[in-house]
Design a protein around this ligand. Structure first.
Ligand code: ACM
Length: 548
């Protein structure tokens, strides 16, 4: 133990960016790594010491790791009440940040320190990346191998608290099993926010008990493929799907076990046409027929933000989301909302006068303010903070409190604007973090959004909050890759375009810039190929550029 204490001390004294870690297959790159000679050979039975922790949640993290060890390598894990008898000792250390950890591997024992279960979880994720790939893939090893873990000292913590991925299931619906695979991949790379884009012009994907037609009508359309104008005839397929509230609870629990919070998004007042097909009274033209949209682009058929029914609807939806999603945030969209329907609607015209504005965009912030005021009447535990796309900044935001701006278009400028207005931001720049775009110039790339492409290298090269003044930096909460599914409707293409680029974003969210290096990243990425293969991941093989 003394030796362990000494080497932990050594980690603390390590020059901030220690060398000699290049050979380790770790993604994201930890902040401090010191590799030594020798290895810990895992015994057939591992004895672990787990300190008491509030609600048993630390033991659950250990149980998760133990189940994986047993499944992949037949290794049994048992607890001891005596740290000195442990092969693997967990230690609580209040000086480590919430998601940080320290890992000390010696030839005779392993010590993992953290202050919170999340930190221990990430320490185990690191440990798993140092073992044979079966454990990451959740499959049985060929034979009962005894993993050898190199002797190493790691002191690690994330750069940002928000390391996210957004999936658009409004355009196309992928289902529970695919979402779980994505959550598994996110957890492997220490990502912690799954932004679930659940509604679009082309489909509504979540059961809301008070509004059953959302899933009877708005979740379905008469074609799978979406067209531009008359480019595609409809294919006649009765297409769609949705998550029941039970499904949502299952996925939220699955994510929680992996320390991932789920941010639900209900996109409004634009991108809302599917809901109008179910409830035309929420539109500016309640007597007209509205359909779940079969097309790509931005529909002009938007919610009537001045209609009392629309305000009540949004409050009711927020209530049901609050009951389903424990995360402290809800995303209410706000992007790409044409105002021409409002300009021709008497309710909207009157409301604009009432609020003393001539800018129709202000109707949107006025609407959101009413929703925020409603949320603020709830008991503390049921209050949720609101997140919006950065078009929000085009309206009068002064009446909104404590919102977060998700910056996508002109992202760097928008994020700075938000920070200067006193709002938090999340960087999800369209270029290069929209990883639904092609990932190379290869003519075999699947059809996807836009004419350009984003290589792995370009995604990796983006530097979050580059050159931002120190005083504004606390507003920069993190990074997020987004996946829009206009053209993508099968799981294979979804994974193919997502990976490996999402892993580059994971490293940008976790690792300080001085520790990021593309060439080194590619070497480590190639070390993960056996895991990708065992996990049966569809990924851009031709963009993992080192020969195998
Ligand atoms: C967006 O890409 N419309 C947020």
């Amino acid at each position: 133990m003394k030796k362990l204490l000494l080497s932990l001390f050594a980690v603390l004294l390590m020059p901030l960016f220690a060398v000699a870690q290049e050979a380790l297959p770790l993604i994201p790159q930890p902040q401090n790594v010191a590799l030594r000679a020798g290895a810990y050979k895992m015994p057939k039975k591992v004895v672990v010491y787990v300190p008491a922790y509030e609600d048993g949640s630390l033991q659950s993290v250990v149980d998760g790791f133990a189940a994986q060890l047993k499944h992949s390598f037949g290794i049994k894990v048992s607890n001891t009440a005596y740290p000195k008898r442990a092969d693997l000792e967990l230690r609580l250390n209040p000086n480590i940040s919430d998601e940080g950890y320290r890992l000390e591997v010696e030839e005779d024992a392993i010590v993992l320190e953290a202050s919170r279960p999340a930190g221990f979880f990430y320490g185990f994720q690191t440990l798993k990346q140092l073992m044979p790939a079966e454990i990451l893939a959740g499959v049985k090893g060929e034979k009962k191998v005894r993993p050898e873990i190199p002797c190493v000292s790691i002191a690690d913590e994330p750069l940002y608290g928000w390391r996210g991925f957004m999936l658009d299931e409004g355009r196309h619906f992928f289902g529970k099993e695919e979402v779980k695979r994505i959550l598994d991949m996110m957890a492997t790379y220490k990502m912690n926010r799954f932004h679930w884009h659940l509604t679009e012009d082309q489909g509504w994907r979540i059961e809301i008990k008070k509004y059953p037609k959302l899933t009877e009508v708005a979740a379905w359309r008469e074609t799978k493929k979406l067209g531009w104008g008359s480019e595609y005839p409809t294919d006649g397929e009765h297409y769609g799907g949705f998550y029941t509230q039970e499904d949502v609870r299952e996925i939220v629990a699955y994510a929680k076990e992996r320390f991932i919070e789920i941010l639900p998004e209900i996109d409004m007042p634009g991108h809302f046409q599917a809901a109008l097909a179910a409830y035309p009274e929420l539109s500016c033209t309640p007597n007209e027929k509205h359909e779940v949209w079969l097309h790509q682009g931005v529909s002009g058929d938007v919610m009537n933000v001045a209609a009392p029914e629309a305000i009540q609807f949004t409050k009711d939806v927020v209530d049901e989301l609050t009951a389903l999603f424990p995360f402290g945030y809800i995303h209410l969209g706000g992007d790409e909302c044409p105002t021409h329907k409002w300009e021709h609607n008497a309710l909207c015209q009157n409301r604009l006068k009432e609020i003393g504005s001539t800018n129709y965009r202000d109707l949107q912030t006025d609407f959101y303010k009413q929703i925020q005021d409603y949320i603020l009447t709830k008991p503390q535990a049921e209050q949720r903070k609101l997140i919006f796309w950065n078009e929000m900044l085009h309206g009068n935001t002064s009446q909104l409190k404590d919102i977060t701006v998700m910056a996508w278009i002109g992202a760097d400028g928008a994020a700075k604007d938000a920070a200067q207005r006193g709002f938090d931001n999340i960087l999800s720049p369209q270029i290069p973090y929209y990883i639904n775009r092609r990932q190379s110039t290869d003519p075999n790339e699947p059809r996807s959004q836009g004419h350009g492409h984003e290589t792995l290298e370009r995604v990796y090269a983006y530097i979050p909050a580059n050159g931002i003044d120190k005083e504004l930096l606390p507003r920069y909460k993190g990074v997020q890759a987004n996946f829009w599914t206009e053209y993508v409707f099968d799981n294979e293409t979804l994974e193919y375009l997502t990976f490996p680029r999402l892993i580059a974003v994971a490293e940008a969210g976790w690792t300080v810039q001085a520790r990021r290096d593309y060439k080194d990243f590619v070497v480590r990425l190639n070390q993960h190929v056996p895991f990708f293969e065992l996990f049966k991941l569809s990924y851009g093989k031709h963009v993992v550029p080192v020969e195998r």
